[in-house]
Design a protein around this ligand. Structure first.
Ligand SMILES: [Zn+2]
Length: 282
């Protein structure tokens, strides 16, 4: 048997406050070989999301984290940068239109870092996962449309963070993307429902939280999806979502149960990843 190549499609590592390299090591020791590292919040590096400079600090910190992991642990690390909807919410509430301007400038900066190869995609962008006033939802929708425009221009993927959605919600996201000409084949729904067939029809790539139960449920509909831990590496919220070992553990478990074949794993963890992010995994 060849070594399995296993990718966590959405993970946060916090070198300052969290387990940092230790968490990355846990991922590696459990069989993980590639991670898509998403920036945390500006707040998490001890700053306010009130200037483009602070976003630049957050992005550079995330890029530095990726570099450090690559240097110490033999895995691939690709960076995703964006303005988290919870932070956009706060920025608009505190700063009004100026907050939106800063968020847009921060997103343009993220896209420049994709263009120069420091990052591979834009995210997480979208809507707060908690209930928000109608005006905030409008602000988020406008900002998401803007994000799709930016991503379309540089032909990169977008990772979406949203409230929990039914199929109508997924359809809305696909339509929003299409309305500005963004290719839904580059659209990744982070924390996705197991709507595997429906997403395939829309072009959206679902990224499913790696619990055995979730993945088995998704597999009832098909195999076109990615897996993620959404590990947040926050000592104040231990056990929020899942740990850094979850993606390799569940993948290997299902492989041993002969529910996933080597080919299936290669597709989910390597082929889809390399295609959607336009990265070389060989
Ligand atoms: Zn996340």
């Amino acid at each position: 048997m060849q070594e399995l190549f296993i990718t966590d499609n959405h993970i946060h590592i916090d070198l300052k406050r969290g387990e940092g390299l230790k968490a990355a090591k846990k991922f590696y020791n459990s069989g993980g070989r590639c991670m898509i590292l998403v920036n945390k919040l500006v707040k998490d590096i001890g700053l306010e999301p009130n200037s483009v400079e602070n976003f630049e600090r957050l992005y550079n910190f995330t890029i530095k984290t990726a570099k450090k992991i690559r240097e110490n642990i033999k895995i691939k690390v690709f960076v995703v940068l964006g303005v988290h909807p919870a932070e956009l919410y706060q920025m608009y509430t505190k700063l009004g239109e100026r907050g939106i301007e800063i968020a847009k400038e921060a997103l343009i900066l993220a896209s420049k870092k994709v263009e120069n190869g420091e990052a591979v995609a834009i995210g997480e962008v979208g809507f707060p996962h908690f209930e928000a006033p109608k005006k905030i939802i409008e602000v988020c929708a406008d900002f998401l449309r803007f994000s799709f425009e930016i991503a379309k221009d540089i032909d990169c993927a977008v990772q979406l963070h949203t409230q929990s959605l039914n199929k109508k919600g997924y359809k809305y996201l696909a339509e929003l993307a299409k309305s500005v000409g963004f290719n839904t084949n580059k659209l990744i729904k982070h924390f996705a429902n197991p709507y595997i067939k429906f997403c395939e029809k829309l072009g959206i790539m679902p990224s499913i939280i790696a619990s055995e139960k979730n993945i088995k449920k998704a597999l009832l509909e098909g195999k076109r999806f990615l897996m993620e831990s959404d590990y947040i590496d926050d000592p104040k919220r231990p056990g929020a979502v899942t740990g850094p070992r979850s993606v390799p553990r569940v993948t290997i478990k299902l492989y041993k149960q002969e529910i996933l074949s080597e080919d299936d794993i290669e597709k989910m963890h390597k082929d889809y990843i390399s295609k959607i992010y336009n990265v070389d995994l060989d």
